[in-house]
Design a protein around this ligand. Structure first.
Ligand SMILES: C[S@@+](CC[C@H](N)C(=O)[O-])C[C@H]1O[C@@H](n2cnc3c(N)ncnc32)[C@H](O)[C@@H]1O
Length: 336
């Protein structure tokens, strides 16, 4: 693959090293030879008796920026709000509020894990919003990505508002896609599979939390194996499609996500190819397949769909104009 991997957010390599404690921002700045924002006498102090919310945010934003984190301010706000146990927007009302040593200790650890270990913010918080649904996430699942909303949109276009379609999601992870579809189409019945039992367990907790557990049947196993003999009107999947050959160039954040959710063989297309090759086993006449992929994989996947006798092969682009989804129908005249 020549373009950035699909599930990767490009993040420049960060300089390694242990950051100075947020309780000692002056020491950090001075040690890096940068112009201090305060008089030298003040910044050289080993520690301040008290730090306000705004001071912590400024220091941390600077610290993350130096480490190449593109969303430095947002990350700082999310982590500080988490450490203080408040909503992020509350910070704006509390800028001048002093923080306690216990709050700073909790925040310092989060800042270390984000800045040095490069753990994604969603994993530090244990939650991520997708399709406006609050979801629990963990190192057992891929953190749902904004680009996957293109897959949800493509699937919804195939499902009328009153649809009672039988939908299969392969590789549900946190349950993000299945839950988004269920939240929009009250009449559909969804079967969600995953190879990972831990992912299915988490998807179950998310479905419970959103009161949709009854509507999503979860089954563990490889691709179509757990639904052998069943028939579906729509098959959707965001399978692992990052190329193994790109492993060394990936942003460090991705190392915190399960390899089984990311990598799809040497060029990333192994699972995509298996899904296209096997989908007719489970697709009802008139049914459709919608697959998320990386832009440069789209022409090959579209060709495989046609070779399997699927029709009306089309592409969907994300907000940045990149092809993210290929859709194909079981029959030319079909609809879900
Ligand atoms: C890219 S993640 C997608 C997760 C979720 N659907 C999303 O969009 O956020 C791919 C998921 O497919 C699962 N998976 C990988 N190989 C699989 C296979 N052969 N059969 C079923 N699931 C598989 C992984 O465990 C992972 O949860």
């Amino acid at each position: 693959m020549t373009t950035p991997p699909p599930n990767a957010r490009p993040t420049p390599d960060a300089p390694r090293g242990t950051p100075a404690s947020p309780a000692q921002p002056g020491a950090q700045r001075a040690s890096e030879g940068r112009k201090p924002e305060r008089p030298a006498s003040e910044v050289r102090r080993p520690a301040k008796a008290s730090w306000t919310v705004l001071e912590l945010l400024r220091w941390t934003t600077d610290h993350f920026t130096q480490r190449g984190i593109e969303t430095a301010r947002l990350d700082a706000e999310c982590l500080l709000a988490h450490a203080l146990g408040v909503e992020r927007l509350r910070l704006y009302l509390d800028f001048e509020k002093p923080t306690t040593p216990a709050e700073r200790a909790a925040f310092r650890e989060l800042v270390r894990r984000r800045g040095t270990d490069r753990v994604p913010v969603a994993l530090l918080l244990g939650r991520r919003e997708f399709w406006s649904l609050p979801l629990e996430v963990s190192p057992d699942v891929l953190v749902p990505r904004p680009e996957t909303e293109t897959l949800v949109e493509a699937a919804l276009d195939l499902l009328p508002a009153d649809s009672e379609a039988r939908v299969l999601e392969i590789g549900t992870g946190s349950g993000a896609v299945a839950l988004a579809l269920a939240s929009e189409r009250p009449g559909i019945r969804i079967t969600a599979t995953d190879l990972s039992p831990a992912a299915l367990e988490l998807a179950g907790r998310n479905a419970d939390g959103l009161h949709m557990a009854e509507r999503i049947h979860r089954v563990q196993g490889h691709l179509f194996d757990p639904v052998d003999g069943e028939s579906f009107d729509l098959v959707v999947s965001n399978p692992p499609y990052v190329a193994e050959s790109q492993r060394a160039e990936l942003p460090p954040e991705l190392l915190h996500e399960p390899p089984g959710a990311l990598f799809g063989g040497p060029d990333g297309t192994e699972v995509l190819r298996e899904i296209v090759g096997g989908v007719r086993r489970v697709l009802a006449p008139g049914g459709a397949l919608a697959l998320e992929l990386s832009p440069e994989q789209a022409p090959r996947v579209a060709d495989w769909c046609r070779a399997q006798g699927l029709h009306n092969v089309s592409e969907r682009r994300d907000l940045a104009g990149r092809v993210r989804v290929v859709v194909a129908a079981h029959r030319a005249e079909g609809g879900v």
